[in-house]
Design a protein around this ligand. Sequence first.
Ligand code: MRU
Length: 366
Amino acid sequence: MKIQNQHYHTIWTKKDDPETVQVIDQRVLPHQLVIHDISTPEEAALAISDMVVRGAPLIGVTAAYGLYLACLRSTADTELEAVAQALKAARPTAVNLAWAVDTVMAELRDVGAEERTAVALAAAERIQSEDIEICRMIGVHGLELIRELYQKKQRTINVLTHCNAGWLATVDWGTATSPVYHAMEADIPVHVWVDETRPRNQGANLTAYEMVQQEVPHTLIVDNTGGHLMQHGMVDLVIVGTDRTTSCGDVANKIGTYLKALAAKDNNVPFYVALPSSTIDWDLKDGVKEIPIEQRSEEEVTHISGWANDQVQKVRLSPEGTPAANYGFDVTPARLVTGLITERGVCEASEEGLLSLFPERAHTHG
Ligand code: MRU
């Protein structure tokens, strides 16, 4: 998508130095556009855990490139297995990370040491370009939901989203935002309510930035506003992303998503979740019991970052000595989800729904 009218992806290999991977440093957006170099697998793992890059699909792609960087140093099995474990441990909730690492590792195990660097690079590039097409297709299918509402209401369609499931969380297009961008292209008037998404403010910092750059009409709201807007008919549909979807359609997404789903249910507002199939964990059924929820540092809650004196600065919000809990994600049970928007189409959030789109998984999950 565009930044200052120039087309960007979120990750690429450096021009004239293919042994360096470059990403947009999301810690300083929207205030600064800084390109961050990653030259070792350790730097790739750190970029993921430190949230230089974030968002389920993008951390998967970054990990795939991390294995390529590992191969540049050593293609020995033991070294690659250790890097694979370290990359997977960088963040626990998004299953795309483990999926991407396992995908690349399976290909590396199949070839001799001398081929591994080329195979790892090709796999990372393939996962990256597949992500672009998958997100585009999520937009194509999600557009029809927006179009249907527009045909019925004949006015601007108000979409509420939480966190950043936009192009900055993927390689391009985003998941939850792709239908919005496709609606813009189809000349359907849309407006996006952007949840600020405490504690790290991915909505205020990243989704709002995307909306400005793509010229999408939008309004930033604090996290607790959605229910009020829904009670007053000001939200036509909710679209969020997910970090892990169980085979029965439960979805883990940024903390606070569950409360939006409850409010949507109470107000008859359709609640859709947009996801690439790499987000489906076919081994899990009950999301609340089985999905590991990341807990991050207290400081992300007790402090807040912003732009002052030409730099990103952190200030304290709460008294010294107040403990804080920082659960990164929550699980929205399938019963609260109107539908799942995937690259193959829209389905019910259930095992039957998912298998209707992915019948090849019928015999491969427990
Ligand atoms: O902690 P983050 O910023 O990585 O959380 C991101 C989200 O919760 C996104 O909604 C999710 O990864 C889907 S991204 C297409």
